[in-house]
Ligand binder design. Structure first.
Ligand code: DHB
Length: 340
C-alpha cells in the first residue's frame, strides 16, 4: 500500500515561524477589532492590521471601494483607528477570545497565539519616529512590522517607494532607532513595496535594500496606482476620490505581482523573504507565487469578496496541488521557477 504523506506547508518570514504561508493583505478585512478577531479565528498562518497612523483617520469620502469579478479599485485614504486602538487590541486579544467562545479557545495549545504584524504608515518621518517611540514599550505580542512605503491614495503625497532618495533616507532613519537592534527571533521587519515595472527600478531599489541587512522581508506588491474603472451605463466613475481613480487589485495584477516577487528574489536572494501579494484567489495562484520565490502569500481582493473562509479553502487547494506534484514541503519548489 502506498502511503501519501500530508504536505508540510509551514514557512518562515525572517525568524518568525508560521503554520502556513497565508496572510490577509494589509487593508483588507483588518480595520476593526472584530475584523482582527475574525482573522485570528480563520485558518490564516498570520495576520496584519490596516496601515496604522498615529491618530485616527476617517479616510477619503465614499464611495471609495469597488470590485467586480476580475478586479478591485480603492481609494480609501488610510482610514484607521489610530495607534492606541491597535495597541489596545493587541494587549487584550486573549481576554477577548476567552470571553467570545470558550470551546474554540484552546488554552493548553495556545491556539490563538497566531503571529500578529502591524502595518505602519509612513506619512512623514516625524510621525513614523513617534509611532516607533510608542511601539518600543509595546513589543510584547507583536511579531512583525511592515512599513507601508507604497500607499497610492494620499492626496498631495507621492509614494516613498517611488522616491529612491527619500526611501534610502527613511530606511537610514529607522535603522538608527532601537528597532534595528531587536532580535530577528522576536520581530520581523519589512516593507510593503510599490509595484515596479522597469529593470532600472528593480536594480536601484534592491541596492538600497541591501544597505539595511536587518530588513527581513518585502511584501510585493501594493495595488497598481491610478487605475480607472468606468460605469458605462451611468457614464460615471465608480469611486469618488482622486477624480475616480484608485489602486487596482485582483487577478489582473497577478503578472506584475509575480514579476516583482521573482525579480527581487533574484536580486536579493536569501538575504530577504518575500510575501507575494496581488491577484491570489486560489491554491494555483499561491503555488505560482511560491515557485517565483515567495515564502508567504497575501490575499486581498478575494478576501474582501469571500470572507475569511478563503484561508481554509486556499490551504486545501495548495496542499492538493502539492500532493499531485509529489511535493512534501514548500522548500521543494520555492524559488525554483525554470526559464524555458
Ligand atoms: C490605502 C491603500 C493602500 O493600498 C495602502 O497601501 C494603504 C492605504 C488606503 O487608501 O487606505
Amino acid at each position: 500500500m502506498t502511503h501519501i504523506s500530508y504536505p508540510d506547508i509551514k514557512t518562515k518570514i525572517g525568524n518568525i515561524s508560521l503554520d502556513n504561508p497565508f496572510i490577509n493583505a494589509s487593508g483588507c478585512a483588518c480595520y476593526s477589532e472584530n475584523d482582527l478577531l475574525n482573522l485570528i479565528n480563520s485558518e490564516s498562518g498570520f495576520y496584519i492590521t490596516k496601515t496604522i497612523t498615529l491618530n485616527h483617520r476617517d479616510g477619503n469620502d465614499g464611495p471609495r471601494y469597488y470590485h467586480n469579478t476580475e478586479l478591485s479599485l480603492n481609494s480609501m485614504g488610510l482610514p484607521n483607528l489610530g495607534l492606541n486602538e491597535y495597541l489596545k487590541f493587541k494587549n487584550n486579544i486573549k481576554d477577548k477570545l476567552q470571553k467570545m467562545n470558550t470551546n474554540i479557545y484552546d488554552i493548553n495549545n495556545n491556539k490563538y497565539n497566531k503571529p500578529l504584524f502591524f502595518s505602519v504608515g509612513t506619512m512623514s518621518n516625524n510621525e513614523t519616529l513617534e509611532i516607533l517611540s510608542k511601539l518600543e514599550l509595546e513589543l510584547d505580542g507583536l511579531s512583525g512590522i511592515e512599513f507601508n512605503i507604497s500607499c497610492p491614495n494620499i492626496e498631495g503625497k507621492g509614494q516613498l517607494g517611488y522616491d529612491f532618495d527619500a526611501l534610502d533616507s527613511f530606511l537610514k532613519l529607522i535603522s538608527e532607532t532601537y528597532l534595528f537592534n531587536i532580535s530577528r527571533n522576536n520581530l520581523a521587519i519589512g516593507l510593503k513595496m510599490s509595484p515596479y515595472f522597469d529593470n532600472y527600478q528593480f536594480n536601484i531599489v534592491a541596492d538600497i535594500i541591501k544597505k539595511y541587512p536587518r530588513l527581513d522581508f518585502l511584501t510585493c506588491i501594493n495595488g497598481l496606482g491610478n487605475g480607472l474603472i468606468i460605469n458605462r451605463e451611468y457614464e460615471t466613475t465608480y469611486i469618488r476620490p482622486n477624480l475616480g481613480c484608485g489602486g487596482i487589485g485582483g487577478s489582473v495584477v497577478k503578472p506584475s505581482g509575480l514579476a516583482n516577487v521573482y525579480k527581487f528574489k533574484k536580486l536579493l536572494n536569501d538575504k530577504i523573504d518575500i510575501i507575494g501579494c496581488g491577484g491570489v484567489s486560489n491554491g494555483s495562484d499561491a503555488f505560482d507565487y511560491i515557485l517565483a520565490g515567495a515564502s508567504a502569500v497575501s490575499i486581498g481582493t478575494e478576501l474582501v469578496r469571500k470572507g475569511t473562509k478563503i484561508f481554509g479553502n486556499i490551504k486545501k487547494e495548495l496542499e492538493d496541488i502539492m500532493i499531485d506534484k509529489k511535493y512534501t514541503s514548500l522548500g521543494e519548489f520555492k524559488n525554483n521557477l525554470k526559464i524555458i
